[in-house]
Design a protein around this ligand. Structure first.
Ligand code: F6P
Length: 532
């Protein structure tokens, strides 16, 4: 593999100042794009040429992406630091037997899925009611993977929301639960405590707060609670009846879990049929990922573009820019998916990673971002590879003209990043405005866009449940491929532990029960300031 990395770096050295625009012959756009059904992934506005792509594909092959992909799908314990299989794909394809420790896990998945559907129908059709009538609101209490996926999808699928309103509480900051519960009626609210481990301090604290809130108005608060967890003993200890507990196994990673019971709030909000369409979209991407040759394989290509920009070109961040307001939480969702998965400095075998770990992922929907941080993207000193997402069609036929404006803006941004504006062009524009001499030169320089900044665009027909499922599975598999190429375990998250332990140790200090002695000077000062 080292030889391929070296060849890629050498190739990059040779082409790095080449204008991407020069690559555009008649075949460039089609040749550096891939399709799945109605979805188009265009990476032609990057500096990847045929040679770079060939080397990147060699890299994926040499890293064993195909073998490791099959190992994942077949239930092998590829999460080696935790000794676990990685089988979120089984949640969206429950008909294909998958063996873990010699046992087919899919009958249990089907059973839980059917129980979820039955419960959801009972709630939506008024057979399960609150102590003051039909359930009008669902509050999902969870954090990280037990929040970001369903919260993102609830916003994404608003056109399909025909059940109770869903709310998501994650932060231990009491402001979050306070502001969420303030407008709700406890007698018609269902609370879902969503936690894989059922030990997460934020979630358990908020769950207790919600129970107290409910108890003020309702004689049997536990009757309006449901739970989603791998820890049946703990949900029972919390007092939630087993009939409203939906379990899953530890081989579903938290940030990969929205396809199963962690998606309960979403299923309540959009209904079992839309939820199944979402699963089918994910399964369609799985089939494509397993079957398409690497050169046509969307997740593989997305990963290779990522590796090119981060590990080869050295761009430390990537911006995710959905021109789709309903994907406003996609960047936050992807931050956990990508950064918790591939933000690791140690390889699977315990050695130091020879390369950079995965990039910083950030972003906001367009066109809002244009009026905030695009200045830096266009004219800052650093290059930020941009990933645009856009639908051909919105859900508001009477506002189709606004959708066209949205699309125009999306395409304009990637075009501007590609082309830029030269000093000559900027000078001509300012000269037309009447500037001359030194002032013309000075003003023109401020209006130069270097261009040659890479971007990709994922275009899809419409943000339906099926398409959302495809998009999320696409990004999940991208993370997998990047992780395999980097040689890391994308499925553990030891990096979140230290802060959690220190927070537990700081609590008695903040309560004044223990001394801050032994803490560093800054922490002592802050403890004093915040408790005085
Ligand atoms: O803080 C890390 C983490 O373990 C995430 O990986 C996970 O999604 C989140 O906490 C919530 O965990 P749980 O679902 O067990 O409450």
């Amino acid at each position: 593999m080292q030889q391929i990395w070296t060849a890629l770096s050498a190739h990059h050295e040779g082409v790095k100042s080449r204008p991407i625009l020069d690559l555009f012959d008649a075949e460039r756009a089609a040749g550096f794009s891939a399709r799945l059904g109605g979805m188009l992934f265009d990476y032609s506005k990057t500096n990847i040429d045929a040679e770079a792509r060939g080397l990147l594909i060699d890299l994926a092959e040499a890293a064993g992406v195909a073998e490791k992909r099959e190992a994942m799908f077949s239930g092998a314990k590829i999460n080696e630091t935790e000794g676990r299989a990685v089988l979120h794909t089984a949640l969206r394809n429950m008909d294909r037997p998958v063996m873990v420790d010699g046992k087919d896990v899919t009958p249990a998945l089907r059973e839980t899925h059917a129980r979820m559907q039955a419960f959801v129908r009972d709630v939506r059709e008024g057979r399960f009611v609150g102590q003051g009538g039909a359930i009008t609101d669902v509050v999902n209490i969870g954090i990280g993977g037990s929040d970001l996926g369903p919260a993102m999808a609830w916003l994404a699928l608003q056109p399909y929301a025909d059940g109770p309103r869903c709310h998501f509480v994650s932060n231990v900051d009491g402001a979050h639960i306070h502001d969420t519960l303030r407008g709700l009626n406890p007698e018609t609210t269902l609370v879902i405590v969503a936690s894989k481990t059922f030990t997460t301090i934020e979630t358990m604290t908020n769950a207790e707060t919600a129970r107290r809130w409910m108890a003020e108005k309702v004689s049997d608060p536990a009757a309006q609670f449901a739970a989603v967890s791998t820890a049946a003993d703990k949900t029972a200890a919390f007092g939630i009846d087993a009939s409203r507990v939906f379990g899953f196994e530890d081989w579903v990673g938290g940030r990969y879990s929205m396809w199963g019971p962690i998606g309960l709030a979403l299923m309540l909000g959009v209904g079992p049929e839309a939820f199944d369409d979402f699963l089918a979209g994910g399964a369609a991407m799985d089939a494509h990922f397993r079957e398409a040759p690497f050169a046509q394989n969307l997740p593989v290509l997305l990963a290779l573009v990522g590796i090119w920009h981060n590990q080869i070109c050295g761009h430390a961040t990537r911006a995710v820019l959905p021109y789709d307001q309903r994907l406003s939480r996609l960047p936050a969702y992807l931050q956990q998916l990508e950064m918790e998965s591939n933000g690791k400095r140690v390889a699977m075998d315990g050695s130091d990673l020879a390369l950079n770990s995965g990039p910083v992922v950030w972003g906001e929907p367009g066109t809002n971002g244009q009026h905030a941080f695009y200045q830096l993207i266009h004219q800052g000193t650093r290059t930020v590879p941009c990933e645009f997402l856009v639908a051909r069609e919105g859900h508001e036929p009477d506002l189709a003209h606004q959708h066209l404006l949205l699309v125009a803006n999306c395409l304009a941004q990637s075009e501007a990043l590609l082309r830029g504006r030269s000093l000559e062009e900027a000078t001509a524009i300012m000269a037309k405005k009447g500037l001359v001499g030194a002032e013309l030169e000075r003003q023109a320089r401020h209006r130069v866009f270097p261009g040659n900044r890479p971007s990709t665009t994922l275009a899809y027909p419409q943000l339906t449940p099926h398409v959302l499922g495809q998009i999320i599975a696409l990004y999940e598999h991208r993370v997998f491929v990047e992780g395999v190429i980097l040689g890391i375990n994308s499925y553990d998250q030891w990096g979140v532990e230290l802060g959690k332990e220190l927070a537990v140790a700081l609590q008695p200090i903040l309560e004044g029960k223990e001394s801050a002695e032994g803490k560093d000077g800054s922490t002592r000062q802050l403890v004093e300031f915040l408790t005085s």
